[in-house]
Design a protein around this ligand. Sequence first.
Ligand SMILES: NC(=O)c1ccc[n+]([C@@H]2O[C@H](COP(=O)([O-])OP(=O)(O)OC[C@H]3O[C@@H](n4cnc5c(N)ncnc54)[C@H](O)[C@@H]3O)[C@@H](O)[C@H]2O)c1
Ligand SMILES: [Fe+2]
Length: 412
Amino acid sequence: MSERAVGGAGFGVLRLPDHVHFGAGSLDSLTPAVLAFGTRAFVCADPFLAGTPLFAAAVASLRDAGVEVAVSTDVVPELPVASIEDVASTAREFGPDVVVGFGGGSALDLAKLVALLLAHPGPLAQYYGENRVPGPVPPLIAVPTTAGTGSEATPVAVVSDPDRELKVGVSSAYLVPRYAIVDPRLGRGVPAAVAAHSGIDALVHGIESFTARTVEPNWGAELPVFVGRGRLSSLVGLEAVRVIGANLRSAVLDPADTDARDEMAYGSTLAGMAFGSGGTHIAHALQYPVGALTHTPHGLGTGLLLPYVMQAILPAATAELATIGDALGVDAGTADERARAAIDTVRSLTSAIGIPATLADIGIARDQLPRIAELGLTVSRLANNAPVPAAPETFGLVLEAAWSGDRSALPQ
Ligand SMILES: NC(=O)c1ccc[n+]([C@@H]2O[C@H](COP(=O)([O-])OP(=O)(O)OC[C@H]3O[C@@H](n4cnc5c(N)ncnc54)[C@H](O)[C@@H]3O)[C@@H](O)[C@H]2O)c1
Ligand SMILES: [Fe+2]
């Protein structure tokens, strides 16, 4: 393996929105984007954002242009499946030409699932998993207000279903929004805790997609949604790591630093572009059960687990982690030294922005770890996307280390 991993393997896959608009003021492009598809827009808006002047101006602009607008603010935290089906029936009565998501990952994912249910019959449960959406959905426009899940650029929507022990994902290339309109002004007022949790999750998206396993796809078959590390997703993933690494601390600790917050909006969209094809792996697979048990935010769990996961993949992904170290600005050294420095840098960053150090800190008991490992392994599209085999021992060691805070039992 080369000392410096930049390009990835000799193949690549990227699935992206048709249009990505980034920049302060880009919200003005919402009206022409909607008009590209028709004159009836169903908007799934975060209830907090729906009360802001920027949202009011966006809706007024649509109406001035002759667009009929229906707004739903029923974005229930964690997106329980029943709430999605309710919003979808309201949308069905309205009959939109286009569905707009306006808010954090929850509002964007709701918009995706509403669009899905407008085109295809319920129940939603039949579409859980990968590549189970049978065909196109109405055009989606995603306007993120957190930085962020990257959902504006990804083929994924996450749901909670009371019949399941874990959150479930609907992953399909049909769910990639047609437009991602990323106006960083929208995220400048995000509370510090949301900036920390969604911002560290974006870093995890960048790092996990950059360290995913590399397996040349079977080009003659339907590709999995997450194809692993390839050179196209690596390109954007690495830039996401650089941008997020340089700005996350200030974006959380100094909310007046609008430059840092605006950079985070950019970095999280890049990270979404990267993991929308490259995928994530162990931290995300384990966050599903950890989140279900502790009711902690998604990014708190993935961010807490990240340094332990990096340590666990160190022997298998030294070159990639060294390159990540470079992107995070660690001092020069051998690949091994830079890779180790990358892990320490990530750990100091998570600590600086208030991510708890251990699973014990968030209320997990040690005897729960085997069950968490077992459940994490069931999320096979993520577990199998890691650069190390998805084995109970590996997941067990990551969890032990993350529980105690001691990385010394992991591969050194
Ligand atoms: N689809 C994907 O690819 C993907 C990826 C990662 C996570 N997710 C999912 O996304 C969800 C989390 O999304 P999130 O972290 O963006 O949070 P969120 O959408 O759940 O919002 C969190 C809180 O922040 C508030 N908020 C949002 N934007 C704000 C703003 N600009 N100013 C002030 N407050 C604001 C909301 O009102 C809410 O109270 C989870 O359900 C997670 O599973 C999806
Ligand atoms: Fe995530």
